[in-house]
Each structure stands twice: as C-alpha cells, then as structure tokens.
Design a protein around this ligand. Structure first.
Ligand SMILES: NC(=O)C1=CN([C@@H]2O[C@H](COP(=O)(O)OP(=O)(O)OC[C@H]3O[C@@H](n4cnc5c(N)ncnc54)[C@H](OP(=O)(O)O)[C@@H]3O)[C@@H](O)[C@H]2O)C=CC1
Ligand SMILES: O=C(O)C(=O)CO
Length: 313
C-alpha cells in the first residue's frame, strides 16, 4: 500500500514514521511536485491541486483536520482535483473535542463569574462586589451540534447551565434541548445568552452571525466563535458591542488569518482573541484514527468520517 503525505507545517518524517508504525508494510512518502507515482491513500492539508488530480486509483483522501472547507473550495475551483468516486475523509474528534470543551467551559465560567467586569474594575482600582449572574439566566446555545458541538454542549450541561443546540438534524444529547433546521433557528436564539459557534463553513452558514441574528439573542449576550471566521460579520459584532446588545466576545477564527494588526477587533476591550488554536490536530490520535479507517476500507467495511460533497461538510 502506498500513502502520500502533504502538510504545509507538520513535520513530514514524524508522520511518515508514525503511519508506517500504524500500518506495517505500508510505503509512506512525502509528496513533492512532479511525483505522479501511484498512491492508494493521501493525507493532506491545503493540498496542491497537482498532488491529487489524475489519481483515479486513490481509495481515500484524508484531511488532516476537522474542517474541509479549504479542500472543498479548491475542489470547486478545480473540479478534476479529486477523481470521481474517491472518498474524502476528515478527522472526527481525535482529541479535538476535549480541547474545545476546555476552551468553551473556561470562557463560559469566566463570563458567568463576571471576571471580565472584575478585570475592568481592577484597572480602575475599584473594590466593588457585583450582583451574581444566575444559572437560569445563562442559557448557552451551540450553533452546530456535531462531533465537536455535541461534546461541548454536554460538558456545559454538566456544569448545570441550561444548554441548547441547533443543527440540521435533531439531536438527543443528555441535558441539551435540540432545535433543527432554519425554521427553528429563531426559537433557538430566543433567550440564548451565550452563543457558541461550531458550524462548518458552507454556503448556508457563511455570514450567519450577523446583525439580525445577534439582535435575536438575549440582552447582554456573549459570543464565542470557534469554527470559521467567515461565519461572523465582524462589523455587525462591533455594532452590537457598541449598542450593548452583546456584552463580550471570544474569537478564535477570523475571515483573514493572521488577523491584520490594523483590524479594530484587536483593540476592543470586550473582545478576547486567540490565534486559531481552539482545537489543533493531535498527530498520534489522528494517525490511529486514519490507520483504523484505512484498515476498514481494506476490509471492505464502510468507515465513518466521510465528508458529504453534497452537504459540504
Ligand atoms: N477553531 C479551531 O481550532 C477548530 C475549528 N473547527 C471547526 O469546527 C467545525 C465543526 O467541526 P465538527 O463538529 O467536527 O463538524 P460536524 O460536521 O461533526 O458538525 C457540524 C454541525 O453543524 C451542523 N450544520 C451543518 N450545516 C448546517 C446548517 N445549514 N444548518 C444547521 N446546522 C448545520 C451539522 O448538523 P447535522 O448534525 O444535522 O449534520 C452538525 O451538527 C469544523 O467544520 C471546523 O470549521 C474544527 C476544529 C478546530
Ligand atoms: O481542524 C480544523 O478544522 C482546524 O481548524 C484546526 O485548527
């Protein structure tokens, strides 16, 4: 079995050795421009078009992350990049759900215990106990309730917050109310105090966190964007912070990354920023998962994690 690998930043030798250990007998190589030797599987992130195009014998392409928007947008521009019928897989969890839970829970508790307000008071040297927020007024809404959103919802429900989620199909997560489809979006937003975004980037979700949506949240809402920058209309968030509708935001992802130094989001006192690291690929877990999936394919089974080219995620 031949496996080709391309990632703009990961250490290729680490992955080549790791995959060979996971799949004894497999020949794993880093792909270089001009390499059109046969391959059965490809492990990729931001792949050059030339790496995949014309490879009709591929049995699977693995995205080395959870989101496949960059691969699908390239595929849209170059429809021949992936031969007909070659399945595209993505990483499902492989250690990312725990990271998302840590990120979301710590920030929700930060807002709930009013540490943002106390930090502002501290800067004025003011000793001023504030009224506690009540859990029942702190409804948390997950936009997107898949592999990562579902786990984040469950971890917040375990802290006793009212939690709800919104997805395309109905969910049954313990302690989490489920809303599904465009027709239930308003109901989901009504009363949501903390909005956490874990949707995929698709034509249906671009710009979803906009003025109209923000206005439907509870007053003094909080917004956490952990999915993709294109989901959020940045100027609409800034306007909602100015009007007081939104009290604070925590942003991990941006329409332009790295976020340019002149972007006003940097300077806003009620916006916290991290540089797209809410959940990163954990190589060992990812390699175990990919190897398991390859073994399933080789055994003629139908593995999970296949991307729907129709739905775009
Ligand atoms: N900031 C970071 O470091 C990282 C960000 N991400 C981002 O997180 C995203 C989510 O990952 P993951 O949970 O694994 O993805 P999943 O595909 O498992 O979950 C996506 C969820 O969004 C829902 N959804 C999709 N389209 C719509 C729509 N039009 N209307 C309503 N709901 C919709 C799906 O509904 P249904 O369940 O019904 O299909 C599903 O619940 C990734 O696409 C990626 O962009 C991922 C990893 C790290
Ligand atoms: O896996 C993904 O989609 C990511 O955004 C990794 O940071």
């Amino acid at each position: 079995m031949d496996i080709i690998f391309h990632h703009p930043t990961f250490n290729p030798q680490f992955w080549i050795d790791g995959m060979q250990q996971q799949l004894p007998g497999a020949r794993v190589r880093q792909w270089y421009p001009g390499d059109s030797q046969p391959a059965d599987y490809a492990l990729v992130w931001h792949p050059p078009v030339e790496m995949l195009s014309g490879r009709e014998t591929l049995k699977g392409v693995f995205a080395l992350g959870a989101g496949v928007d960059s691969i699908l947008s390239k595929l849209q521009a170059y429809p021949d990049m992936l031969a007909q019928g070659v399945p595209l897989f993505r990483l499902e969890d492989t250690g990312m759900a725990l990271q998302m839970q840590e990120y979301a829970v710590s920030q929700v508790l930060h807002w709930f215990r009013r540490f943002d307000d106390y930090q502002a008071l501290k800067l004025q040297a003011k000793w001023l106990p504030l009224e506690d927020y009540r859990r029942e007024d702190f409804t948390i809404g997950l936009l997107g309730a898949g592999v990562l959103g579902g786990k984040v919802a469950e971890s917040l429900a375990a802290w006793g917050f009212p939690v709800r989620c919104w997805s395309r199909s109905k969910k049954e997560y313990p302690g989490v109310s489920s809303f599904a489809g465009a027709e239930q979006l308003d109901e989901f937003l009504n009363g949501t105090r903390v909005l956490i975004n874990l949707l995929p980037n698709t034509p249906q979700t671009v710009g979803i966190i906009n003025r109209q949506l923000l206005n439907k949240l509870a007053d003094e809402a909080f917004v956490m964007n952990l999915a993709r920058g294109v989901h959020l209309v940045e100027n609409d968030l800034l306007a909602a912070l100015e009007s007081g509708k939104v009290k604070g935001a925590m942003l991990d992802v941006f329409a332009q990354e790295p976020l340019p130094a002149e972007n006003p989001l940097w300077k806003h006192p009620r916006i916290a920023i991290t540089p797209h690291l809410a959940a990163v690929t954990r190589p060992v877990e990812a390699m175990e998962y990919i190897a398991k999936t390859i073994r399933q394919i080789e055994n003629g089974e139908s593995p999970g994690g296949q991307v729907s080219l129709h739905h775009g995620y």
